[in-house]
Design a protein around this ligand. Structure first.
Ligand code: PGA
Length: 239
């Protein structure tokens, strides 16, 4: 695991953004696993700006997002589909048919999850971007008694609801989501994690220094051969 401690979120956004831009320039049809939340926003701003300046094109890039809320209309302002379009896709030349999400409104959840797993297996993600929950979740793989393999419907924990409900000013936050499984995340060729702020310090310490346990799902990344972790000083304070 390569651990890179930087001053603040803006610096991390630039460094991680450069990593993605270079990777896309090198492999224009790269397959990216993407994350939502506050952590990747500066990175998405960097990639968007590079695309606007003509330094990189996302025309042939394919993306697979980690997770989606259950029961929100796709175009709801709080859906991760909307988030990704507002934060990244709308500012680039990516083709809509190349962006993929779990369908949080699927009537047959099991079929939807198996179909996403099949797509991921065929696509073989080159770089997976991750944030981390205060409780050590990756995607929406919450602390559990075992590591998950494929995509599934998850009941969100109080910690996650507490962290994310601030974004839901009109309607209550959904308590369920569909998420990529840990097994699929681990199959990515490279993983880039971003963690900023002191609320992530415990999770960072558990992930990097703790035992590998599904109680801290991110700890499994200790077994991945190619992980880069960008964190700011506040998130690194217990390392
Ligand atoms: P955040 O969420 O980037 O908004 O802190 C990260 C996560 O919950 O995985």
């Amino acid at each position: 695991m390569e651990i890179i401690i930087m001053e603040n979120a803006a610096e991390i956004g630039e460094a991680a953004g450069k990593l993605f831009v270079k990777a896309i320039q090198k492999k224009p049809d790269i397959v990216l696993g993407l994350a939502t939340g506050a952590s990747p926003v500066p990175t998405y701003q960097y990639i968007s700006a590079a695309c606007q300046k003509g330094e990189v094109s996302l025309r042939d890039v394919r993306t697979y997002n980690l997770d989606e809320y259950v029961g929100l209309p796709r175009n709801d302002k709080n859906s991760y589909y909307t988030f990704m379009h507002e934060q990244l896709f709308n500012h680039t030349d990516i083709q809509e048919q190349n962006v993929h999400f779990l369908d949080g409104n699927a009537t047959d959840v099991e079929a939807e999850c198996r179909s996403y797993d099949d797509q991921l297996d065929k696509a073989h993600i080159d770089i997976q971007l991750l944030g981390i929950g205060r409780n050590g979740h990756i995607g929406f793989n919450e602390p559990s008694i075992c590591f998950t393999k494929g995509a599934f419907k998850v009941k969100l924990t109080e910690s996650t609801i507490d962290a994310n409900s601030k974004y839901f000013d009109e309607n209550p936050m959904p308590h369920y989501a569909l998420t990529m499984g840990i097994g699929s995340i681990m199959k990515a060729k490279k993983i880039v994690m971003i963690a900023t702020g002191s609320a992530k310090a415990d999770a960072m310490a558990a992930m990097i220094k703790g035992e590998v346990t599904p109680v801290c799902p991110a700890s499994i990344l200790q077994f991945h051969p190619n992980v880069v972790v960008y964190l700011d000083k506040a998130a690194a304070k217990l390392l």
